[in-house]
Design a protein around this ligand. Structure first.
Ligand code: SAH
Length: 547
């Protein structure tokens, strides 16, 4: 009979967090080898397996026994908590096998079964502290010189990794965590969030959220994992969160990422990234000559430290000091995005407003859009200051993305003013509302409709004291068409409520990314208005010269 080694990570400890394969492997094994506490944790799964449980520090003899039994033809489960490849038994088992000249083709079978490691299980209980570049460091110096561990802590602290400390403290090893904290404090703020998770997903689970300065005031032991945040990790409602990137791009009123995937990658939206072909950042040059093969030459234009300092200075307005003082106090700079316009009806900017725009935008960008708005992108640490200044200059501020927007005309510079209050009420009730897709509500103050309300998703036209309504224009593409005239003579008292019902129906029932006209076509009727196909039939003559 061919023996086999099943090297199993059984996860943090609870049955629900063990993989199906780990459970099967335990059940199909003839014998189980593991540390006593671990064997107890998987007790419920055992049937008639032979149990070889040993003390904590006997890993080598456990691995040797496992290999010997497998060579005798047994299926041997070697169990580790978490993942067997993370400070677990997997490496040791291979080391013992290699010592014996094992190869995959000639030797016993080996299957390493992955499990949820403490970094993941503990992170899940703390919130989302890992999220970005992170590392694990074991503070156990039984098999690793302390000097090396110290170096790693320092390097990780300096590089702003989120750090998970495994084996932080035991009865005899008590100084290591004190030293680790001391090193960390040289690089990170004392207020850096720290999570202490003891016995994650086990009976005595205990979670503490504290900070770097105070972490040692709490119980830390053999069963604790210490998760130290990076410089942008923050606490929210007792959860520890690390943002996905240092550069958060966000827009007014909404937590969702508003840039489309292709927009996100544009250079102007990632000023901190190392872009292809940017001369001053180019570090590798390929030289080819007629006789020699192409040869790679590394041009040491900038050291990685210099590049890092340059990058940080872009992010932080040049206030970084890396050498000398070690503390990197890193406020999160984000690209704040919003749209501004001078008013719902008013289309005129005052010179003072233009000056305010120039001041708040600073190094950011301003783009005039097809929607009577200026789109602002401003790197900042405090969007509140920006919104305050813009509001006091009389701007209307609107979020970007899949929201509704009212596009009113200028009502002949306010002369045709009877319907203006309805436009303003609609703006107040609907502008900025999150929807499956962007939605423009055109509102024109007379039958001329020269601001093109009929060409918007929803068109409202004030004519002879009442309203005409158009729904479902196709606003873009070769088959663009006006909206379907669905009603005329709507009483002014009803218009706001009717439009609200239409927009909220679309909000609730539209599929994500489904434009309004597609929704109308799919459902066939909105608030009793029946869909008619308005798509123009286009016949295009073939080009005279072929294709
Ligand atoms: N192979 C394991 C790690 C073993 S080293 C894994 O991948 O998770 C032992 C250390 O792991 C402990 O000192 C503790 O820091 C961490 N650890 C393991 N299980 C844990 C749990 N359930 N809760 C918190 N920390 C745990």
């Amino acid at each position: 009979m061919q023996g086999k080694l099943l090297v199993i990570g059984f996860g943090p400890g609870s049955f629900e967090h063990m993989t199906k394969r780990a459970q099967e492997a335990i059940q199909e094994s003839d014998c189980i080898i593991g540390y006593k506490t671990y064997v107890e944790l998987i007790q419920e799964l055992l049937t008639d397996q032979e149990i070889i449980s040993t003390g904590m520090s006997e890993e080598v003899s456990r691995a040797q026994a496992a290999v010997r039994l497998a060579e005798e033809g047994k299926k041997v489960a070697v169990i580790s908590s978490g993942d067997a490849g993370v400070y677990g038994m997997a490496g040791l088992v291979y080391e013992v096998l290699i010592e014996k000249g094992w190869t995959e083709d000639s030797g016993v079978g080996v299957e390493v079964i992955p499990g949820i490691s403490a970094i993941n299980s503990c992170a899940s209980l703390l919130g989302a502290p890992i999220m970005h570049d992170a590392c694990t460091i074991s503070l156990s110096d039984h098999l690793t010189p302390w000097e090396l561990i110290e170096k790693r802590i320092e390097a990780a602290a300096q590089a702003d990794f989120v750090i998970s400390l495994y084996n932080p403290k035991s009865g005899r090893r008590t100084r290591q965590i004190v030293e680790a904290q001391r090193i960390m404090l040289e690089y990170r703020s004392p207020k850096t969030p720290v999570g202490l998770v003891k016995s994650a997903y086990r009976d005595r689970e205990h979670i503490v959220i504290t900070d770097l300065e105070n972490m040692l005031n709490y119980d830390i032991g053999m069963l604790t994992t210490v998760v130290i945040g990076n410089s942008s990790t923050f606490l929210y409602d007792k959860k520890m969160i690390t943002p996905r990137g240092y550069q958060r791009k966000y827009t007014l009123n909404t937590t969702e990422q508003r840039l489309r995937p292709h927009e996100r990658l544009r250079h102007e939206n990632e000023p901190w990234a190392l872009h292809q072909g940017k001369n001053d950042m180019e570090i590798v040059k390929v030289e080819a000559s007629a006789t020699a093969a192409a040869e790679k030459e590394v041009i040491p234009k900038a050291s990685s430290l210099e590049l890092a300092i340059e990058a940080l200075s872009i992010v932080k307005d040049g206030s970084t000091e890396i050498k000398g003082t070690k503390t990197v106090d890193n406020p999160v700079v984000s690209i704040f995005e919003l749209a501004v316009s001078p008013g719902v009806v008013n289309k005129q900017f005052t010179p003072k407003q233009m000056v305010t725009l120039a001041e708040v935008v600073g190094e950011g960008t301003m783009e005039y859009t097809t929607h009577h708005q200026i789109h602002l992108r401003i790197p900042t640490t405090s969007p509140e200051n920006i919104t305050e200044k813009l509001k006091s200059a009389g701007f209307i501020l609107e979020p970007l993305g899949d929201v509704s927007q009212l596009k009113a005309c200028d009502f002949c510079e306010g002369e045709k003013k009877d319907s203006i209050p309805y436009a303003e009420e609609l703006h107040q009730k609907l502008s900025g509302l999150e929807l499956p897709k962007e939605l423009k509500v055109g509102f024109n103050g007379c039958g001329m409709a020269c601001y093109g309300a009929v060409n918007e998703d929803i068109g409202i036209i004030f004519r002879k004291g009442k309203f005409d309504l158009f729904l479902g224009a196709k606003t873009v593409g070769r088959t663009a068409h006006a909206g379907q005239p669905v009603a005329e003579g709507i009483e002014p008292d009803h218009i706001v409520e009717l439009i609200e019902r239409i927009v909220y129906e679309y909000k609730e029932k539209g599929h994500p990314n489904e434009r309004f006209f597609k929704y109308f076509k799919r459902v066939g009727s909105i608030q009793g208005y029946i869909y008619k196909d308005m798509t123009p039939k286009i016949e295009i003559e073939p080009a005279p010269c072929g294709d």
